[in-house]
Design a protein around this ligand. Structure first.
Ligand SMILES: Cc1cc2nc3c(=O)[nH]c(=O)nc-3n(C[C@H](O)[C@H](O)[C@H](O)COP(=O)(O)OP(=O)(O)OC[C@H]3O[C@@H](n4cnc5c(N)ncnc54)[C@H](O)[C@@H]3O)c2cc1C
Ligand code: FES
Length: 291
């Protein structure tokens, strides 16, 4: 069992929790995620690691309650326990593979949409710890939904934009990026994390501006180990699985329309049958019996 040490509501329906998980905290890097089960009957919930503390043996998650399992999770308090915390899963961010010299030569911008703000935080913090400067654009529908603002201010140059103009700049993240570019910020590396539709339009713009862009894909996942095929994507014409080949990919190569359509289909039994007929065996091969 994994004890929850802190639980807070950050914004309407968005909750932050600090969980005791020393082995995960010891091994994880920015960009990786966990799969959590609230109780023995619970479904698996993939959640990005928002922060970690190796000395204290803790990991931090931020969760938006959008369905039964995330609602159950959001109701837990400090002192409660989670049945499973599995991780770290997925590959760490590309940034973790670059040398400090390489990173310092880059002008990096992160684009964070909604609850996608949480996965951006450990990457910006990682850069700050290496003495590398970065810009972060946080986009939210309204002022009330902006999260982690004070913590971001400590690690980056922060730009906030709200769809309704109630805080910071006005408009979507793509407008903020275009405005910052026009103001002379010639970025040469972009990381976009948020809803798929947001990442799709950020990639469209960064392609026009010529900024290489990494996105963190968050399709429906089941096992998180490359076995079930739920998180299948097409990237650069090749089949990839977000849980083991990602979650980060070259955003200019991701087929977002297919990924969004697949997510819709995956929600129903009929849709899953249709996908099976279309795609054949979506199995990744991780079982050791098929390749
Ligand atoms: C790698 C990864 C990292 C993630 N990180 C976070 C995070 O840090 N914080 C966070 O709040 N959420 C995150 N998510 C999304 C989160 O896992 C889902 O919101 C959660 O599994 C929904 O479970 P549920 O039972 O509450 O809702 P369900 O009843 O399963 O779903 C409720 C509604 O949300 C839709 N939905 C389910 N899964 C997803 C998904 N992956 N993306 C978009 N819509 C979905 C369903 O189709 C349905 O319409 C992440 C997902 C992935 C794959
Ligand atoms: S979640 Fe099953 S293959 Fe990725």
């Amino acid at each position: 069992m994994f004890k929850i040490l802190e639980a807070n509501e950050l914004a309407t329906n968005i909750f932050q929790m600090i969980v005791e998980a020393p082995r995960v905290a010891d091994a994880c890097l920015p960009g990786q995620f966990l799969i959590i089960r609230v109780d023995d009957e619970g479904e698996r919930i993939p959640l990005t690691i928002c922060d970690y503390n190796r000395e204290k043996g803790t990991v931090e998650i931020v969760v938006q309650a959008i369905g039964a399992e995330t609602y159950k999770l959001s109701k837990l308090k400090a002192g409660d326990e989670l049945a499973d915390v599995v991780g770290p899963l997925g590959k760490p961010s590309d940034l973790c593979e670059m040398s400090v010299e390489e990173l310092k030569k880059k002008k990096i911008v992160f684009i964070a949409g909604g609850v996608g703000t949480a996965p951006v935080y450990p990457q910006a913090k990682y850069l700050k710890e290496l003495g590398v400067d970065c810009d972060v654009i946080i986009g939210a529908k309204t002022k009330d939904l902006v999260i982690l603002e004070d913590r971001f201010k400590e690690v980056c140059n922060l730009h906030i934009t709200t769809d309704d103009g109630s805080y910071g700049r006005s408009g979507m993240v793509t407008k903020a990026l275009q405005d910052l570019w026009d103001e002379g910020n010639k970025y040469d590396h972009c990381v976009a994390i948020g809803p798929m539709i947001m990442m799709k339009f950020v990639c469209k713009l960064t392609q026009e501006l010529g900024i290489p862009t990494v996105v963190s894909m968050n399709p429906i996942m089941v096992d998180g180990t490359g076995m079930c095929g739920a998180c299948r994507l097409t990237v650069g014409g090749k089949v990839q699985f977000a849980c083991v080949d990602g979650p980060e990919f070259d955003g200019h190569k991701v087929d977002f329309d297919q990924a969004m359509n697949r997510m819709k289909l995956y929600k129903t039994e009929e849709g899953r049958l249709f996908l099976k007929a279309q795609e054949g065996d979506t199995h990744h091969g991780g079982c050791g019996n098929c390749e």
